[in-house]
Design a protein around this ligand. Sequence first.
Ligand SMILES: *Cc1c(COP(=O)(O)O)cnc(C)c1O
Ligand SMILES: [Zn+2]
Length: 398
Amino acid sequence: MYVQRCIECGREYDPREIAYTCECGGLLEIVYELDMVDTSFVSSGEPLSVWKYSSLLPVEITPVSLKEGGTPLYECEKIGQELGVELYVKHEGMNPTGSFKDRGMTVGVTKAIELGMKVVACASTGNTAASLSIYGAKAGIPAVVLLPHEKVALGKVAQALMHGARVLSVRGNFDDTLALVRELCTSEGFYLLNSINPYRLEGQKTIAYEIADEMGWESPDRIVLPVGNAGNISAIYKGFVELKKLGIIDNVPMMTGIQSEGACPVVDAFERGDEDILPVKEPETVATAIRIGNPVNAKKALNAIRESKGFAERVSDAEILKAQRELAMAEGIGVEPASAASVAGLKKLRELGVIERGERVVCITTGHLLKDPETVLKNAPSPIEVDATIEAVRKVVF
Ligand SMILES: *Cc1c(COP(=O)(O)O)cnc(C)c1O
Ligand SMILES: [Zn+2]
């Protein structure tokens, strides 16, 4: 069994209570009686998926699932060799909607149904909205998504619209939009499915389970991933910690969070040695999925980074776009800009000597290239227009 527990004061809440945060203001997390957990997934040989690990997921009913998780872990020999590390990329862009948000939403929407909620809602830089929309459709529960009216990548808006969510375009940035949806959920009794909801993070922790599983229940030395609202780094850390407590793995990887220079409050706090962030008022970056100035899960993320002896670093938009192109050209992995922040950060931290030669590193690429075609078209060469003759074509090929 499990409870919701405050990470600050330890107060416990019934798993059916819709609280999101503690009365003291602290974030909640789901805590299990680990000695009661069935760990037969360790040797079941079942294919990877979120629900393979259902004994460690807080759900009592048949899941609302579109077969999420089971994403590929690619060995990246070219970039790895160049950087002097053993590099793997866990490509979360291969989920049903093309981002890791599906892992959280399959659990979160299932929980909404279990709790008898009538409407689900979220604020989103795009991917959370796309994901909530498909599970809302599958479950037959209305979904309301609030997007900041600028800077949402095209593919994400298209997904939210096509799958039938009520899509609102809010005149404000993501942080304003999140504050608004929290108020809306309180006043209307909608179920909030942003990453402040601890059930959503439970789904996302399966990234850790899948990595350890695929590596034969060994941990890599380090996980590197982009940090926006800071839920995913917290979730993946929690996943590894649970496996260690269960005696399934020996160590927890160094959790390494990367933010964009224009939106890096977690990195700033890490460098100051503070437990709290100072919000960034006007966050700006090409990596719209992490264009967040006031990450709600910052406290959990800073814990994860410190306790795992990890690190936090910022990268520029130019470094992000360069890493995106390198992943695409050298490894055949197409990711959206935010995802490439992981590899850009790895590169920078190798140069700074924070990441050591020979480390076994897993970068999480959080979203698919097709999410944001506009950024590609802005930065890539145009197609070469030719007449429909063989002479014209031969002139411009190699
Ligand atoms: C949501 C998202 C992130 C940021 O994850 P957080 O949990 O908010 O830190 C990074 N990349 C992509 C593609 C995302 O969709
Ligand atoms: Zn509390």
